[in-house]
Design a protein around this ligand. Sequence first.
Ligand SMILES: Cc1cc2nc3c(=O)[nH]c(=O)nc-3n(C[C@H](O)[C@H](O)[C@H](O)COP(=O)(O)OP(=O)(O)OC[C@H]3O[C@@H](n4cnc5c(N)ncnc54)[C@H](O)[C@@H]3O)c2cc1C
Length: 447
Amino acid sequence: MAMETDIRRVDILVIGGGVVGCAILRELSRFDVRLALLERNPDICDGTSKSNSAIVHTGFDAPPGTLEARLLAQARDLWPQVIESLHIPYLQTGALMIATSAEELATLESEIIPKAEQNGVTLQPLTREAILDAAPYVSPAILGGVLVEGEGVIDPFWTTRACCEHAVLNGARVFAGEAVTAVTVEDTSVIVHTSGGLTFVASMVINAAGLWSDEVARLAGDSSFTLTPRKGQFIIIEEDHGVSQIILPVPNRISKGILVTPIVFGGVLLGPTAEDVLFKTDFSTTAGGLRQIREGITKLVPVMAEAASVESVRQFAGLRAVSSTGDYIIRPSTVSARLLHVTGIRSTGLSASPAIGRYVGELVRDELGLSPRAHYVEELPEYLAETYPGEGDVICLCRSITRGEILAAMRSPLPPTTLDGLKRRTGVMLGDCQGNLCMPRLVDLFQ
Ligand SMILES: Cc1cc2nc3c(=O)[nH]c(=O)nc-3n(C[C@H](O)[C@H](O)[C@H](O)COP(=O)(O)OP(=O)(O)OC[C@H]3O[C@@H](n4cnc5c(N)ncnc54)[C@H](O)[C@@H]3O)c2cc1C
């Protein structure tokens, strides 16, 4: 049993350091509370939040009337302020939905445009000629399409880290490398044990453990929902070949289809597939999946399909959390109002995260009667900008990253604890040399 001195008492404990958990942490840090987050991996944003298309969707195609559609609509209004106050790089690319058959053209008119209107998004119909004028890289075989002006791309890790750091700046504590292993619900509190031997007693626990949140719920004796993994494979192309907009097909009932998506820091993402798989640990990329991506892309942007065959490419896969309800699940557990599930956030969690955070923040505020924090810091300082004289020597030659930037990452509210964490924050070891040149300098720096 934990000694009384080992017990950490908090008002609110968030389980899961994905974009959803970190957006919630940020919103909760506006209140005068003791706040902590547990993440089982050594760093935040190491689950589904790191492996997605990185699109900030408008929600034009969300099922109208669902919680997902409502929160995506609210997020549209919240994003500009989030991007500005957290200094998140964002590209407003717009998205072109392309019809390649008469049937798809009819679907655009009869289903997609009316559904978007129900969701408060106006789509602009475009002729084949107008599309080819604006995006000459699109296949000449297309028949027409629509422009979704409000869509854009963002960096998921940057977004998650910035939300988390903003919360830390406002008093939240983050415990990475601590998996939740036991949850006991009592009358006025929830007791949580971790793999590292920590014990937390919280007035309220938020279960934002992504694909694993049904397992966390079961630890507390709640089997009211299940989550199954749906894999999405991707190909990364380093050259953008002139592609500057998100290009997507007319969706089918299972997924939004295979997309061509510019990456905010350069390059293009092709994918994802949508494959129901058995295991929550199946991140494999397969010959069949990659072939499916190439075939899908050939119909939209042939130059990209060619690039995927001949250029040096990288691949990865992410797992969507498909819920048994078909909508976001944001509600108290069946065992206690003090355990709140925020889960089943399948394909749009990055886009909806500011609104999910706000919604959960308000639910918790009302449940616990919270008041605002006295000295809330509204803005996160610009990332890696705080360097000092004498720190200007270059450590990473491929990407011109200075010692000052690396030290700024180490001084940030959520410093990396692993080399991988440093890589994700600064870009060192990600250049052409893959760390061969900068690794010895990094070792020197840290010695
Ligand atoms: C292929 C694909 C494409 C997508 N494209 C987009 C897109 O373009 N735009 C968009 O908005 N959304 C997109 N999504 C959806 C989006 O990525 C998810 O909705 C979002 O990342 C879910 O975030 P999360 O925080 O709920 O889950 P996660 O990011 O998985 O976070 C959950 C965290 O909980 C931790 N955890 C699990 N169990 C425990 C435990 N026992 N103790 C402590 N911690 C635990 C995990 O390690 C993980 O870090 C896509 C998803 C996929 C798979």
